[in-house]
Structures are given as C-alpha cells and as structure tokens.
Design a protein around this ligand. Structure first.
Ligand SMILES: *Cc1c(COP(=O)(O)O)cnc(C)c1O
Length: 354
C-alpha cells in the first residue's frame, strides 16, 4: 500500500493532538483552549465580511491583520508574518531557518510538534534534558549547530523563563536563529518581542488560539526583523499565497484590537488558575508555578495515567504524557470557575476509587 509514498511521507511521524470529543457532557480540559468565547467584535467583523467579499481572494500580504499585530507590539508591519495557526508558522520557520545536516536544539520535554517537523524536514536535533525542577538548562542551548527553538512559557511544564536568560541564549547563538514559541505568553510575565529590535537572529511566534480564544479560526504570527520575515514570506509564497482566509483575517484583527476584552479574559483565567492550583495542592498534588492557562501537577500517591483514565470514564478530559520524567504528571487546562468546580468534584470521586 505504501509503495508510492515518498521518503518524506515514510519518514513522517505525525503529531497526535489531544482528543476532540464532542458531546454535551464532556468537560474538556485537555487542549488548552480558552473557556470563554472570543471578543463579540470578532462575530461582527466576520459577519460583515461574509456578506460582502467571499468571491474575492484574500490579501496575500494579510492586510490589515499585519498592521494590527504591528500596532499591538509597536513594531513596523514588515516585522510581522501571519500564518494559518502558529503551527504553520513553526513549520515554515523550520524550512526557512533550519538546515538538514545542522543539528538544532530544543528541550527534551516540550511541545512535541518540534520533533515532528525536524523529522519531516530531515533536520537532526538534540533534546536537552531538563533540570530536576523542570527548568531548561540554558547553557546546553549555547552555540547550537543549527539553531534553537523552545516555548516560553514551556509546555507542558508551564514554567516561564526570564528575558535575561532568553537574551543569553540569543547572544550565545550569534550565527543561528533562535525561535521562541510564545503560545502562552499572555498568561505570563512579559514577552520577548521587545528584544527583536536588538537581535536579528530572534524570531518570536505567537497565536490567537489561546489568550484570544480563536483556536478554531487558525491564526498565528511571527515577529522578527524584516530579513527573517522575508524568508517566511518566500516559503509561504512558494506553497500557497493565501493561507489566511478573509474571515480569519478580519476575525483575528477584531480580536487583536479588542485589548480590554482580551485583558479581562486573561485576568479571569489567571484568577481561576491561582485558586485551582491551591486547591490541587490541598488535595495532595505538587503543582508547578504556572504562567500559562494550564496546570502541570503530580499527586504524591496516585498514578497519573490511572487518574487520567478514571477521569475520562467520568467524561472529564485532561492530558497525560507517557514519557519520562513526566509520566506521573497531569496537564489540566484552566476552564471557567464552574468547570473547575466540576473538575474537582470528579477528581475527588476518582481519587476515592483508588
Ligand atoms: C497551542 C500551541 C501551539 C499551536 O497553536 P496554533 O496557533 O493553534 O497552531 C504552538 N505552540 C505551543 C507550545 C502550543 O501550546
């Protein structure tokens, strides 16, 4: 059956996303989606666009969304690249900046898509073992052969790295691109975007999927100096000039421009995160200090996989990764206060059955 497959297809080991189970009674805390809807302006903008211009191709340069992202971070438009979800921006970045034969570096415990892309594009990689407290030993990412990529905050550990340490990683890789995947940065202390003015080898990637509640619209972006952005544009325009459709452009623009709504929704999630981590601690979990919209926690007594399975039997989805040294940990997306109360009820029951 596979006789017509290219070597690339044979080599591919596709990413496995968290389950998307639909159903009324599912409490879905497994893919770090936002529990709140996007800004109401998003619906208005999409409706308007829907009624007027679907017969026309969208803007190949993704105006006016680039402008909105530029204004958000106070960078010129030519510092901004827009992609169909940050996963696409990441894939293009691997093609644009990393080279077969030159080893890139990323943490051993991190977003598993990096390994998927590296394998697909034939880029050798080294996975840096985390410190015992799950922080990233930055010195192991110095002078990387082919470049560096990691999320900040890291996933699934939820831990944030300070801009001083990020600066060091960037300075210690003067000839290669350092990519910081800031998927969760809006729930954390501060973005590294401001460093792009000083460092021409730094690329920041963000998404509208988490803090702006637009996982279903598929819009991510990169910020970096124009040379880097131009490389991404060259890759995109060699594959598909129109990766972002008209509805996504106006929807994401409306979300990005509604700063007060985004801020409110982030603040609510952070508040819930703080009481939920306290509650988990009271129940015997050790919880890493999260700067994301999820918690990463381990029970001192109960096995992580068993807990996850028992919760799944009760229609509660959370994520478990069957790898060392995190096989006992659970990743729990922050829902609304009400969802978290339901979660704790079910968790209590699951633990009573063990
Ligand atoms: C969610 C996530 C992404 C993907 O975001 P999309 O924009 O929805 O493709 C990228 N990186 C990390 C670390 C994530 O958690």
């Amino acid at each position: 059956m596979t006789k017509y497959w290219s070597k690339m297809v044979k080599r591919a080991t596709p990413y496995v996303p968290g389950k998307q189970m639909d159903g009324e009674n599912i409490l879905k805390l497994n893919t770090n989606e936002n529990p709140y809807p996007p800004s109401p302006n998003v619906f208005q903008a999409i409706e308007k666009e829907l009624k007027t211009s679907l017969q026309l191709y969208p803007s190949p340069t993704v105006q006016p969304l680039r402008k909105a992202v530029g204004q958000l971070y106070d960078v010129p438009e030519d510092y901004v690249f827009i992609g169909n979800g940050s996963d696409e921006v990441l894939a293009f970045s691997f093609m644009a900046f990393f080279e077969p034969g030159e080893r890139i570096v990323f943490p051993k415990i991190t977003y598993s898509f990096y390994e998927v892309y590296a394998t697909l594009f034939n880029i050798p990689y080294e996975q840096v073992t985390l410190n015992r407290d799950f922080t990233i030993p930055i010195e192991k990412m110095f002078q990387a052969d082919g470049g560096v990529i990691f999320p900040n905050p890291n996933a699934p550990t939820s831990l944030y790295m300070s801009l001083d340490l990020i600066t060091e990683v960037v300075e210690q890789n003067p000839h290669k691109v350092v990519i910081i995947d800031e998927a969760y940065i809006d729930f954390a202390k501060e973005s590294a975007v401001k460093l792009v003015h000083k460092y021409d080898n730094l690329l920041i990637i963000q998404t509208t999927s988490k803090s702006r509640a637009l996982a279903g619209l598929r819009v991510g972006f990169a910020i970096g100096q124009p040379q880097l952005i131009e490389a991404l544009v060259r890759i995109k325009d060699s594959m598909n000039s129109y990766t972002i459709d008209r509805l996504a452009i106006v929807g994401a623009e409306a979300a990005i421009n509604d700063i007060s709504y985004t801020k409110q929704s982030i603040e609510k999630i952070i508040q819930t995160r703080e009481w939920a981590s306290e509650k988990l601690r009271e129940m015997g979990f050790s919880v890493l200090p999260s700067q994301t919209n999820f918690l990463f926690a381990e029970h001192y007594l109960h096995d992580g996989l068993t807990l996850q399975q028992k919760l799944q039997a009760k229609n509660v989805l959370i994520r478990h990764f069957n790898v060392e040294p995190i096989h006992n940990y659970l990743r729990i997306t922050i829902g609304t206060d009400k969802q978290m109360e339901q979660f704790f009820n079910k968790l209590q029951k699951a633990m009573e059955q063990m």
